[in-house]
Design a protein. Structure first.
Lengths: 507, 320
C-alpha cells in the first residue's frame, strides 16, 4: 500500500440533533504532518473520534488507501493502524507504566505476555524522552506531563500508520516538545500519516506540512504551511470579525472602585505558589495561561474546594480561608462558581431544566423548605428571559438542551443568588458563536452592575476583548499581569510560555 | 522490596494484622499450637478464602456480587448428589458442579454487560434464583459425599493442612494469570478505567464476562470444598458467605471502586475474618455479645484502610 491516504467524503455527524460535523471532505497523506485548526466546538474532536472508531458517521464514507472502512471500536481502528492519542488521556491509573504500554499491543507466548515486550516498551519511552520514568511506576503517581509522555510512548509502541495527536503536547515543556517532534519527524520519514491538533500556533508552524481549518463543523480550507499569515488563519477560524462577537470595550474601571476579591500569597500543595490577585467591583478579570498551570486551582481555592490552602483570601473584607462551598455561596459572602465541566460538575444530567436551576438556591430557603414567597421563582423567570434561554419545557431533562443552553442554565442557577463575585471556568468551551456572543454581553452587563467577574479561559480572544486585566499563570504562579494596551495576543502567548518579549517582537 | 511493600501497603498491613490475630488465637486456644487446631482453622479459612476470591473477581471490574453465597450453596448441594460412587462418576460430578458455577457467573455477567443492569441489582435477583434452586433440590441439609476423598482433602499431611496447600496452589495460579497474561492485566485495566481500556482497544465486554465466569468457577470450588468439609449439602449457607466475602475483600485491600487489589489480599481478609470469629469463640465473652465485638474489630480494620481519605487535598476528589 504505497499510497495509504485517508479520505473522508461528505461525512456528517450530529449528537441529539445538534450537528457536530456537516458534509466534511478531507484528505491526509502518508509521510506528512497535517495540522487541524479550529475553535473549541469546531468539530476537531468529532473528526478524530470518527477516524479512531470511537463514533461512527451518520452519513458519508471514510476510506483508507481507497478502501471504504467502518470501524465500530477503537480496537478495529488500531488493527488497521490508526492510533489516536486523545486529550483526555487513555491510561489506566492503577496499572504500572509498563503494563499500560504493553496492554495496547500485547504479544503472548502460551498465553503469557513475553518479557521482551517490556523491553520494547522501555525503548519507546526512551525514544520520546521519558528516560526517567520507570516501567514499574504506577500511572496514578505521575504528573500530567509524565502521563502525556507515557501516552505518546504508548502510541509510538503500537507502530501506527495513521497517528492522531489531540493536544498531545499541552503539558510538556518546550525541550520535551522538541524531543517529541523529533520522534514525529522520524515517523513521518517512515511514511506515517500524522494528524496534529494544537492550539499553539508556533508548534503548528514548527511541525506541520499542511493546515486544515475547521469551523462550526465544516471544513473551511486546507493550505500549505506558510501560505497564509497567522491573522488570516485566525480570521478563517472565527469566520467573522472579532468586533461582531464581542461587545464594545468598556471604559476602564476607576482605581477608586472597591476591591471585592483579594487573594494574597496563596499557596496549595505544589500546584499554587504564592499567588496574589485582586478584582474590583465592575471589573472583568481574566486568568490565562497554558492548560493546568494553576488557574483552575486558584478558582477552587477561593471557592473552598481545596484543603490546606495557605495565604489569605478575602471577599469584601471577609476572610474566606477554611470556608466551604455551602458557606461561601450564602448572601453575606456572595460567591458563585461556574465549573469547568458542565456535565459532571455544573449540572445533574438526569434532572429537569427547572430542577437544575433551583439547585443552588435550595440552601437559602429557611428550614430547607422550598421558596415560600416565590421571590426566587420570579427572579428565575427574569433570568430565563435575560439569558434568552431556548427550551421546550422547563420539565424536560437538561440533557435535551444544546450545550450553549445548558451553560445558560448553569449561569442562571448561580445568578439567581445575586452573587457579588462570579467565578467562571472556561464558560464558553464548546459553545456555538451566537451563544458565546450572548454570554459575553451578559458578563459585560453584570460587570456594569457592579459584580466582580473572574474569567478563566483557554481562549485568548476572550481574554483580550472582554477583560480589563489578565493574570497569566505559569507553573502555579502568576507569571504576568497584563492591562490596557499591553493586553495583546503576542504578549499573552509569550507570558503563557514564560518568555520575555521585546517591544515590537513577534511571538 | 521496600517499593513493593509500599505499593501493596494495604495487603502488607492486612497480613500483619492477620499474624497478630492468629498469634492471639493460638495463645488463648485451650489446645495451643497443634496440627489439629491449625487444620481446623485452615479448612474454615479456605472456605471463606475461596468465596473471597470469587467476590474479588467481580469487585475487580467495579461490580459487587450478592450471589456468591448462593452459587456456593447451589454447587454444594449439587455436590451432595454427585460427588460419590466410582472415581469416574466423582470426576464427572466434579466437572458438572464446576460447569454449573461458571454458568451461574456467566448469567450474572451477561445481564450486567449486555442487559446493562447494575451488578448489585443483577446479583440480588440471580442470588435469589440460584439459592432457590438449591432449596428446591434439597429442602433440608443432607446427601452423601465420598468420605475417602473428603478425608484426603481436609486432613493434614506431615503437619501441613491439605486445605492450605490447595489454597496456595489456587493463589499461585491466579496470581500468575492475573499479572502475566493479557487477559489478567486486561481485568485490572477495565477496573481501573473502563473508558481508557476501551480507547486502548481492549475487548471490555468480553473481559467482563471472563471476570464473572471466573468468579463463578471459584465459587464452585468453594461450594465443592464445603461439601468436603461438612459432608452434606446445605442450601442455607448462602447469606453468610455472601456478606463475609464482601467484608473479606474490603479488609484485604481490594478497592470496591475497581482495579485495585489481588486474590492474595482477598484471602488474607478472609483469614482475618475467620480468625476474629474463632477468637470470639474461645474468648469467654458471652455468645450474645460476640457479634458486637466482631463488628467493632471489623469497623476498626476498615477505618484504618480508609485513612487515605485524609490525605486528599482537593475535596472534589472525595466525590469522584
Amino acid at each position: 500500500m504505497a499510497d495509504r491516504y485517508v479520505e473522508l467524503k461528505s461525512v456528517s455527524k450530529s449528537y441529539g440533533g445538534v450537528p457536530a460535523l456537516t458534509a466534511v471532505d478531507f484528505r491526509c497523506e502518508p509521510g506528512r504532518v497535517h495540522a487541524i485548526l479550529g475553535e473549541n466546538g469546531a468539530g476537531k474532536s468529532t473528526l478524530m473520534k470518527l477516524l479512531a472508531g470511537v463514533i461512527q458517521p451518520d452519513a458519508g464514507t471514510i476510506s483508507i488507501g481507497g478502501q471504504t472502512v467502518r470501524f465500530s471500536s477503537p480496537r478495529e481502528a488500531a488493527e488497521q493502524g490508526t492510533v489516536c492519542m486523545f486529550q483526555e488521556l487513555s491510561l489506566m491509573p492503577h496499572l504500572s507504566v509498563g503494563d499500560n504500554i504493553v496492554l495496547a499491543a500485547p504479544r503472548t507466548r502460551m498465553g503469557m505476555i513475553e518479557r521482551s515486550v517490556y523491553r520494547e516498551a522501555r525503548e519507546a519511552l526512551d525514544l520520546v524522552g521519558a528516560k526517567s520514568i520507570p516501567l514499574g511506576a504506577r500511572v496514578s503517581g505521575l504528573s500530567l506531563s509524565e502521563r502525556q509522555l507515557v501516552e505518546i510512548a504508548k502510541a509510538v509502541f503500537r507502530k501506527p500508520k495513521l497517528l492522531i495527536l489531540d493536544e498531545a503536547t499541552s503539558a510538556l515543556t518546550s525541550e520535551l516538545v522538541e524531543t517529541v517532534f523529533g520522534v514525529l519527524r522520524m515517523l513521518k520519514e517512515q511514511g506515517v500519516a500524522i494528524l496534529f491538533i494544537s492550539h499553539r500556533m508556533h508548534e503548528v508552524d514548527a511541525i506541520a506540512d499542511r493546515i486544515s481549518v475547521f469551523r462550526n463543523g465544516r471544513h473551511i480550507e486546507t493550505f500549505d504551511v506558510g501560505a497564509r499569515t497567522t491573522d488570516e488563519i485566525v480570521g478563517l477560524m472565527i469566520g467573522r470579525s472579532l468586533e461582531e462577537l464581542f461587545p464594545p470595550r468598556r471604559a476602564p474601571v476607576p482605581d477608586t472602585a472597591p476591591v471585592v476579591l483579594n487573594v494574597s500569597n496563596v499557596s496549595w500543595a505544589s500546584q499554587l505558589v504564592d499567588v496574589s490577585l485582586a478584582a474590583r467591583a465592575g471589573e472583568i478579570v481574566g486568568l490565562g495561561g497554558l492548560d493546568a498551570q494553576g488557574q483552575q486551582q486558584i478558582m477552587h481555592a477561593v471557592f473552598g474546594v481545596l484543603r490546606g490552602v495557605t495565604g489569605r483570601i478575602t471577599l469584601n473584607g471577609k476572610r474566606l480561608n477554611g470556608l466551604k462551598p455551602p458557606r461561601v455561596k450564602q448572601s453575606d459572602i456572595g460567591l458563585a462558581l461556574v465549573p469547568e465541566d458542565r456535565k459532571t460538575e455544573g449540572l445533574i444530567p438526569s434532572m429537569s431544566v427547572a430542577q437544575n436551576m433551583r439547585l443552588a438556591v435550595l440552601g437559602r430557603a429557611p428550614f430547607g423548605l422550598l421558596d415560600l414567597d416565590g421571590s426566587s421563582e420570579a427572579r428565575l423567570q427574569e433570568l430565563i428571559e435575560r439569558l434568552a434561554l431556548t427550551y421546550g419545557s422547563l420539565d424536560d431533562p437538561i440533557a435535551t438542551l444544546s450545550g450553549g443552553n445548558q451553560q445558560k442554565v448553569v449561569l442562571a442557577k448561580w445568578l439567581v443568588l445575586s452573587p457579588k463575585c462570579l467565578l467562571l471556568m472556561d464558560p464558553t468551551r464548546g459553545i456555538d458563536l451566537p451563544t458565546k456572543a450572548q454570554i459575553y454581553r451578559l458578563l459585560t452587563d453584570l460587570a456594569a452592575e457592579g459584580m466582580a467577574v473572574i474569567l478563566q479561559s483557554t481562549d485568548y480572544e476572550e481574554l483580550i476583548h472582554l477583560c480589563d486585566r489578565v493574570y497569566v499563570f505559569y507553573r502555579g504562579s502568576v507569571a504576568k499581569e497584563l492591562t490596557g494596551d499591553h493586553l495583546t495576543a503576542d504578549a499573552l502567548i509569550a507570558a503563557s510560555m514564560n518568555v520575555h518579549l521585546h517591544a515590537g517582537a513577534q511571538a | 522490596m521496600m517499593t513493593w511493600l509500599r505499593q501493596n501497603a494495604r495487603e502488607t498491613i492486612a497480613a500483619l494484622a492477620l499474624v497478630i490475630l492468629f498469634a492471639g488465637y493460638i495463645a488463648i486456644h485451650p489446645r495451643g499450637f497443634s496440627t489439629y487446631v491449625v487444620t481446623i482453622w485452615s479448612n474454615q479459612g479456605t472456605l471463606l478464602g475461596l468465596a473471597a476470591i470469587a467476590q474479588f473477581f467481580v469487585v475487580l471490574v467495579k461490580g459487587i456480587d450478592l450471589s456468591v453465597g448462593s452459587i456456593i450453596a447451589l454447587t454444594n448441594v449439587m455436590g451432595s448428589f454427585l460427588l460419590n460412587g466410582s472415581p469416574t462418576s466423582i470426576a464427572l460430578g466434579m466437572a458438572v458442579v464446576l460447569t454449573v458455577g461458571v454458568a451461574c457467573g456467566l448469567v450474572n455477567g451477561i445481564a450486567v454487560v449486555y442487559g446493562g443492569v447494575q451488578p448489585i441489582v443483577t446479583t440480588l435477583a440471580t442470588g435469589g434464583i440460584f439459592g432457590g434452586i438449591a432449596l428446591l433440590l434439597r429442602p433440608t441439609p443432607g446427601g452423601s459425599i465420598d468420605e475417602t476423598m473428603s478425608d484426603a482433602l481436609t486432613y493434614a499431611v506431615a503437619g501441613i493442612p491439605v486445605s492450605a496447600v490447595i489454597l496456595v496452589i489456587v493463589l499461585v495460579i491466579l496470581l500468575m494469570l492475573l499479572r502475566r497474561t493479557a487477559v489478567g492485566l486486561g481485568l485490572y485495566a477495565i477496573g481501573s478505567s473502563e473508558q481508557s481500556a476501551y480507547m486502548t482497544g481492549l475487548r471490555v465486554n468480553r473481559l467482563k464476562l471472563v471476570a464473572y465466569g471466573s468468579s463463578g468457577f471459584v465459587a464452585a470450588l468453594a461450594g465443592t470444598y464445603v461439601s468436603m468439609v461438612t459432608l452434606t449439602g446445605d442450601p442455607n449457607i448462602a447469606p453468610s458467605y455472601t456478606l463475609n466475602s464482601i467484608a473479606a475483600v474490603v479488609l484485604g485491600g481490594v478497592a470496591l471502586s475497581g482495579g485495585v487489589g489481588s486474590p492474595l489480599g482477598a484471602v488474607i481478609g478472609a483469614l482475618i475474618l475467620k480468625t476474629i470469629s474463632s477468637l470470639m469463640f474461645f474468648s469467654g465473652l458471652p455468645p450474645l455479645a460476640q457479634p458486637f465485638f466482631e463488628g467493632l474489630i471489623l469497623a476498626t480494620a476498615i477505618a484504618l484502610g480508609a485513612l487515605g481519605v485524609f490525605q486528599v487535598r482537593s475535596r472534589l476528589e472525595l466525590y469522584r
